[in-house]
Design a protein around this ligand. Sequence first.
Ligand code: OTU
Length: 645
Amino acid sequence: MRRPFPRRAEADFSRFLEKNPQIEEDREFSLRLASHYADLYRLVSRLYGASGGIRELVESFCLLLWQKRQDRDSRLRQIDRERVSRADWYRQGDLAGIQLYVDRFARTIPGVTEELDYFQDLGVNMLHLMPLLKTPRDHNDGGYAVSDYGGVQEDLGTMEDLRKLSCELHQRGMVLALDYVLNHTSDEHPWAQAARAGEGCYQGYYFTYLDREIPDRFDETMAEVFPETAPGNFTWIPEMNRWVMTVFHRYQWDLNYANPRVTREMVGILLDLANQGVDILRLDAVPYLWKRLGTSCQNLPEAHLLLRLLNVCARIAAPGLVFIAEAIVQPREIARYFGEEEWAGRECELAYNASLMVLLWDAVATGRSALLQRGLRELPHPPGDTAWLNYVRCHDDIGLGYDDHHLRDQGWDPRAHRDFMVRYFTGEFPGSPARGLRFMYNPRNGDARISGTTASLAGIEAALELDDPALLEEALALQVALHGVIFSLGGVPIVYAGDELGLCNDYSFADEPHLAGDNRWVHRPWIHREDRVGRLREGTVAHRIFHELQRLLAVRRSTAALRSASVPEVIRQGNPHVLSYVRTGSGGETVLVLMNCSRAVQQVGEETLLPAGLGPGAVDIAHRGRVFGVPLRLEPYDFCWLTRS
Ligand code: OTU
């Protein structure tokens, strides 16, 4: 819904057009600018109103958008038109992604372009490439410390390679997603270098302080992201004789968005990336985008306003572009990054469903579905055209971001339960087949997180090492079942590359000095051509998993209830080890999803089938039409997608 122009904005807009008559000649652009101008104006005023000069500032944003529109080629403008006419193109059923490191998957961007058949063979159509812009060679946090947003890491290729990849993807009906690391730059970015050289203007791009007074006050209320390797939130820079805010690693300098110049620069870069043919930008670390003394500096209202401003800019200058929010916080907080429905309310069209991911692993460790069921039931519904991005694993650790009162309601002590989770997935808990690693233990509060690939956490690594066929069967079943959940929940599922082949932990990082201190690299395996070829050899782990995921993705594409944007309806049933929910298509057709979260055989009675309108003879479309007797018998980690026969 459009709200009327604030009177000042209206006058300013007319004056702006008079001064820049060329803009009105581009009807498409000027109409979009006109329809979003009021929102742009309001957002800029709310963020920067206190400093005055709003008209000039808004004008400078408009000119920037106009300039970036000039750089947008006709191919991308055509895509813009198509997407504007199907506003929720990204959730119309069949978007499914894979996330990968260019170097670890195919060495270079052209190497990835040559592998597009592989992705289509699996059945994914969205390629999320991990950060690939220029970074310092050593201190780069896997690409999350950018030293030049205008160039690609030399070893990976060039911007031209990226554009070619985008064209090739679009020709195949696929889309490209890229990270936008916008909370911080590398300490080797030219802005940071200028700041270090004493240029006050660039020091104002970051948070810098002469003494510890303000840093100490910030530290009182801020958490630590990497307590083992990067304690505290500030780093002393001797050349500058100042402290600088570094929430993540000491070489990642937080940008100061309270400075509108920073915002304008970062909007420009965002649109430059869009103009390379990027369809989806994963906005990294969005909770941290705004800082204020006396707060946790996470999820502040201004961070939301800033994201709305970025979104409005995209709607005007590159409307084919959508955002993914990367906010690994409490579910209710994550959902706020979708934004609200009112004016300029949209922030990110997609958001990582971090709580689902944790609760899936919780169900594995406990063998019980209660917490997962509750988490799903209470998960906020994505508003309007937005959707969850569902995943089993990603390149980061598993952080145990539970709702503590959900744990207490189960009779579990939050601290003890988190300890149990870490001990389960590091294999310390008796009987656990998991082979994860403890990540970032914080002795001050006892917190720790978990690293490890799906296969190693699921028990495949242990089974292969112990040569235990029964354990292997179980672990394979689990690896597939977890994907069976994310493929059947709606939203956009995303596979973490290597998981489609069942790749286990890769310990080679320990021999590389600049990686050794960060064990997240254990689950960022090198994926060799032989690994991919392994999927073609029957009897291998890779073959088993790849073909199961391939089949499930195909079934998802052809099943209206699974493709639909409907929200899963969680079903209460008697067996505490079984996850159960129903998906409904627009024509009323239903699919009942059941997953046995335990390592024992489980039964499900007929009463569970009824809410989904199913009875005896229901057919499991996830397993080539398998038919069950009643009660239904689910093997360890078995799952099914049931429909009427
Ligand atoms: C992200 O993760 C990236 O995914 C990481 O790979 C980066 O190291 C990091 O940003 C810095 O760029 O804390 O443990 O709420 O949780 O942004 C991972 C969001 C992280 C943060 C998240 C961050």
